[in-house]
Ligand binder design. Structure first.
Ligand code: G3I
Length: 381
């Protein structure tokens, strides 16, 4: 039997329907787009999108992104290992295609990311590189070439860059080491990354992006990020904002309103106070909710995910320095969490971590985001 979604997809693909119609059907009752709700508060709403078959390649999913978002980030296609899988072998095609589409729709694009500090996410060839007798110089040259090539290619299309991603080891709060940090020193390497980004992407907001949370298990991570931000400030490193990845739920999900929930949010507020107190802006870069701690029952699970979202956003959006909210995928079926084996559901049921289900129908999490934005203080200017 042909499902409703397949029919809608076929019609949309054949351009038989105006852009809004497939969406209105796929979603059920009409909702005011999240981007419009956000815009009234001087904010933007967006999502990560990959070039893959079930995201950018799916007309219905693409239409949903267009309807809800005025900001996107490429989920994988602008990572160094994707752009340069072998030295000098540059692959800009998939990212360019998505960016051209976004530009045509008036959707802004964030860049993710120039340097991902976990060694396993650097291109493998970088780790194998022999940096010769003057390794610090060679690393600096490699970093310069990378930043100038990538920022030169994308140019003004990118107004916000995750310059450095996940530099702090959550286990001990220390800076991670990798092939680039060892010759230069981790702090100096991070400092250089931001200076190069300022030189080659002078138009862009420069962001340090990480996944610290409010719960006790993340205390060292938070402390390490605060230390890093303080050091960078002391050095005059051009960092404009902290990207709050906001992958919540994995370790920190507790019943909304519980003592633990309240304590975690109080710690989170303290953390954000310190970050903004140092003069940094904030943005939510990768919001989703791992539901492994919630019951199998879908209604209860969706309600729990929505409550966690609302609690988290109420605190986080109370900071007017935060203007952009991005989720890490709009629909459950395409979420990275479906295949993340570090924190799976014990019952092996598919996760429900995003605002829309696999049929692109709005879930309570979407309502929670809308309500939290409506309740947030308006941003000035
Ligand atoms: O494209 C290849 C495909 O050719 C190959 O056959 C297949 C086999 O494994 O792998 C495909 O690549 C995968 C890629 O996603 C695209 O689907 C990689 O294995 C997989 O590791 C990669 O995972 C991504 C992960 O970052 C690592 O880059 C996730 O999609 C992506 O959601 C995740 O995103 C990160 C952020 O960048 C940083 N913050 C945390 C967040 C979640 O982990």
């Amino acid at each position: 039997m042909t499902s409703r979604r397949e029919i809608i997809k076929a019609l949309a693909g054949a351009a038989l329907l105006p852009g809004a119609l497939p969406l209105a059907r796929a979603q059920g009752p009409a909702h005011e787009p999240l981007k419009d709700i956000a815009a009234r508060k001087g904010m933007r709403f967006g999502t990560a999108i990959s070039h893959g078959r079930n995201q950018f390649g799916d007309p219905a999913y693409r239409a949903l992104v267009e309807r809800e978002c005025n900001l996107i980030v490429l989920e994988n296609e602008m990572k160094w290992q994707a752009l340069e899988p072998a030295p000098g072998k540059l692959e800009f095609g998939p990212a360019d295609e998505v960016i051209a589409w976004a530009r045509g729709k008036g959707i802004a694009v964030r860049g993710h990311n120039l340097f991902w500090q976990a060694e396993k996410w650097l291109p493998a060839w970088v780790g194998r590189q022999n940096f010769g007798p003057q390794p610090a110089k060679a690393v600096e040259q490699l970093m310069r070439t990378h930043v100038s090539t990538v920022c030169g290619h994308f140019g003004k299309a990118i107004k916000s860059w995750d310059v450095v991603n996940e530099a702090v080891d959550p286990a001990d709060g220390k800076l991670r080491q990798n092939a680039l940090t060892r010759p230069l020193g981790a702090l100096a390497q991070i400092d250089l990354a931001f200076r190069l980004a300022r030189e080659h992407a002078p138009q862009a907001q420069l962001v340090y992006n990480d996944y610290m949370r409010g719960d006790a298990g993340s205390a060292r991570h938070r402390a390490g990020v605060l230390t890093l931000l303080a050091e960078l400030k002391k050095r005059g490193t051009p960092v404009h904002a902290l990207g709050l990845q906001s992958h919540i739920g994995s370790w920190d999900l507790s019943d909304s309103g519980s003592d633990k929930g309240r304590a975690d949010l109080a710690e989170w507020r303290k953390f954000l106070d310190e970050v903004t107190g140092m003069g940094y802006d904030l943005l939510i870069t990768e919001l989703d909710v791992n539901d492994r701690r919630l019951p199998a029952d879908i209604a209860k699970r969706d309600a729990g995910v929505a409550a966690a979202t609302r609690d988290y956003l109420d605190v986080t959006l109370s900071y007017p320095r935060l203007r952009d909210i991005l989720v890490w995928g709009l629909a459950d079926n395409i979420s990275w969490l479906q295949t993340w084996y570090e924190a799976p559901r014990q019952d092996k049921l598919p996760m429900r971590p995003t605002p829309f289900d696999g049929e692109l129908k709005a879930k309570p999490m979407r309502q929670a985001i809308a309500d939290a934005i409506k309740a947030a203080p308006p941003r000035q200017g």
